[in-house]
Design a protein around this ligand. Structure first.
Ligand code: NAP
Length: 201
């Protein structure tokens, strides 16, 4: 039985915080690989324009090219309509019926987990690794969740990732203000977004 990490996120853009989180999760949970899945049309996002799926996919592809344990899937980008995690997980379960799957994402995204479609079903399909920014403490929240929803017991894991002080929101704001973003994300990604003029107002 293998252990596989599924790294879900918008990745607009992907940055070193994401990459360090995936690598730390891989080592700590002994994952044989981490599959990055950029979201298609996120169901919960109408608050800002998100870069096209193909562009975010290309950024992730360039970012992970030098790590043989990282891979990418276009599953959500290619799917029509809103991207529900439960649907993605059902497809992945067919690929890996016997293996242990871990969904890695931002721990602040996990605070909303019970608003996700078929949240209870999701916990039958996968465990979670919440990658936390330094200073982020949601232990009370998760304790309460595990008390109220016994099916989540032992299925939400925490990983503090100091590199997550970097954020996609901050990178986009820096580009808008004409400030440097070098060393916050892999150079091939920086060159690509510069080439496309992404995030420039
Ligand atoms: P988001 O609201 O854009 O991000 C929430 C926070 O989590 C941000 O601080 C973000 O930082 C961080 N984050 C996001 N992905 C991360 C990752 N892989 N590793 C570390 N930090 C991460 O959340 P999102 O990216 O749209 O959604 C996260 C995942 O949850 C996606 O796979 C999405 O499909 C899933 N989701 C599913 C449903 C549903 O099925 N109904 C609803 C919501 C979310 P950065 O901005 O720096 O990335």
């Amino acid at each position: 039985m293998k252990k596989i990490g599924i790294m879900g996120g918008t990745f607009d853009p992907i940055h070193y915080g994401h990459l360090v989180a995936a690598e730390m999760a891989r080592a700590e949970f002994k994952l044989s690989k981490v599959l990055f899945i950029p979201t298609g049309t996120p169901p919960h996002k109408n608050r800002r324009d998100i870069s096209a799926g193909e562009v975010r996919f290309e950024m992730v592809k360039r970012a992970i090219q030098d790590n043989p344990a990282f891979d990418i899937s276009a599953l959500e980008i290619e799917r029509e309509g809103p991207s529900y995690t439960v649907e993605t997980l059902r497809v992945l379960r067919r690929t890996w019926p016997e293996d242990e799957l871990y969904f890695i994402t931002g721990s602040d995204a996990l605070l909303e987990i019970f608003s996700w479609r078929e949240a209870e079903e999701i916990f039958k399909l996968i465990q979670f690794i919440g990658a936390a920014r330094p200073g982020f403490d949601a232990s009370d929240f998760f304790l309460k969740v595990q008390q109220e929803h016994p099916e989540t017991q032992g299925k939400i894991h925490y990983l503090e990732v100091p590199a997550l002080a970097i954020s996609s929101t901050d990178i986009r704001a820096r580009v808008r203000r004409g400030e440097p973003i070098r060393y916050l994300l892999p150079e091939p990604v920086r060159l690509y977004l510069e080439e496309l003029g992404l995030y420039v107002e």
